[in-house]
Design a protein around this ligand. Structure first.
Ligand SMILES: Nc1ncnc2c1ncn2[C@@H]1O[C@H](COP(=O)(O)OP(=O)(O)OP(=O)(O)O)[C@@H](O)[C@H]1O
Ligand SMILES: [Mg+2]
Length: 359
């Protein structure tokens, strides 16, 4: 890179509210730190906090943008800055217009010992048998089986894990890939049986565990709502009554009579989430299901989960690779690493320790 095209520059955003009261706009100012590139273009974008409203400017030379908010609320303002050789860097920030209630969701407080225990995981281990030889065909496998040559290696996906979850908690499980989080959730949901130890659950469970579990891909979405609903213990009359709510929440009105195999994975997730949360389950289990939904649907699901948590009746078990999401939602977290329980405690402590893993 020649000295004419410096690349060590970075845009920094700041907001100026001085014209808000009189003229009704907020100014986003972009300062360039480092070697300011000679030719620079700015494209400004904004979006409302729920993502439904947004806008974009043409490329321009001005390092500031006057944003006229359409109404009170929180908005994200962003600048994409492109230099003469086409390198683009972004800077953005949230601005608050008017009397906006701060994010009114508060993660639930950590309950005291007298609160009812709804999930009791007591010294649970899960051992999977894995064939220790590789067989190239089913025929080879059966020959080995017939000759009693088949040997298995034991694999401990969970090793002596214990925790209790109290009623009304939002309990998070974190850990790197393959650490046993989904296995733990399946044991709690009753899909898998623990090899050792016990797991006791009090109340009804709505599990959002594996995409498509509880669905028949050859049936239509409508038929699957009834099928999945019955697996969740809803009566047919209940589903009749709530079908419109489910379809509306999933926003898939025009696709109800299409076989599920033609749905995208995000569409399946929408249906699954809508059914699982149409009634208030005692325990809602969410395993990363939301990550396949688009950002608008994810926000909608988060709000629904927050409503359920806010009701104080529902216990939520959340597995997510988004540490921010876990921090926003959960009062306590258990960190499972390669099958071992590494740490359990208040969210901030556990998430801070988990974050340090990457340092
Ligand atoms: N049915 C099974 N048979 C054999 N091994 C399994 C089975 N299910 C899971 N495992 C193994 O158990 C370990 C834990 O898997 P699990 O899916 O619980 O991890 P996870 O923490 O959910 O990971 P991720 O973050 O990738 O979702 C993995 O090594 C996986 O290969
Ligand atoms: Mg998993």
């Amino acid at each position: 890179m020649s000295s004419q095209t410096p690349t060590n520059w970075m845009p920094v955003a700041s907001a100026d509210y001085t014209n808000l009261e009189e003229l009704g706009y907020v100014t986003l100012n972009i300062r360039i730190e480092g070697d300011v590139p000679a030719k620079r273009r700015f494209v400004y974008t904004w979006k409302s906090s729920n993502g439904t409203e947004h806008g974009q400017t043409d490329p321009q030379r001005l390092a500031s943008f006057n944003f006229l908010p359409p109404h009170d609320g929180r908005f994200f303002l962003n600048a994409d800055v492109t230099d003469g050789v086409g390198i683009t860097r972004s800077a953005g920030m949230w601005v608050k217009i008017g009397d906006v209630a701060e994010d009114d969701f508060k993660r639930p407080p950590i309950p005291d010992d007298s609160a009812q225990t709804v999930i009791d995981v007591d010294d649970v281990s899960m051992i999977f048998n894995m064939a220790s030889e590789q067989y190239n065909s089913l025929k080879e496998y059966f020959i080995a089986l017939a000759h009693h040559e088949l040997s298995f290696k034991e694999f401990r996906a969970l090793d002596h894990v214990s925790f209790e979850v109290k009623r009304g908690e939002a309990f998070g499980l974190v850990g790197t890939n393959g650490s046993g989080k989904s296995t733990m959730l399946k044991i709690i949901a009753g899909v898998l049986e623990a090899s050792e130890g016990t797991c006791t659950v009090t109340g009804s469970i709505a599990p959002l565990i594996e995409l498509g579990a509880g669905f028949d891909m050859d049936l239509t979405a409508r038929e699957n709502i009834y099928l999945n609903g019955s697996l969740l213990g809803y009566r047919k009359e209940f589903i009749d009554e709530h079908l419109a709510d489910i379809v509306e929440f999933a926003e898939l009105k025009d696709f109800m009579d299409m076989p599920l195999k033609n749905y995208s994975s995000g569409m399946v997730a929408r249906i699954a989430f809508a059914i699982a949360t149409v009634a208030e389950p005692d325990i809602l289990i969410v395993d990363e299901t939301l990550s396949v939904g688009d950002f608008l649907f994810q926000q909608k699901c988060m709000r629904r989960i927050q409503e359920l948590i806010g009701s104080g009746n529902v216990t939520v078990l959340l597995v997510s690779h988004s540490i921010e999401m876990v921090e926003a939602m959960c009062d306590r977290v258990c960190w499972i690493e390669k099958g071992h329980q590494r740490m359990i405690g208040p969210t901030d402590d556990v998430c801070a320790a988990y974050r340090n893993l990457g340092l």
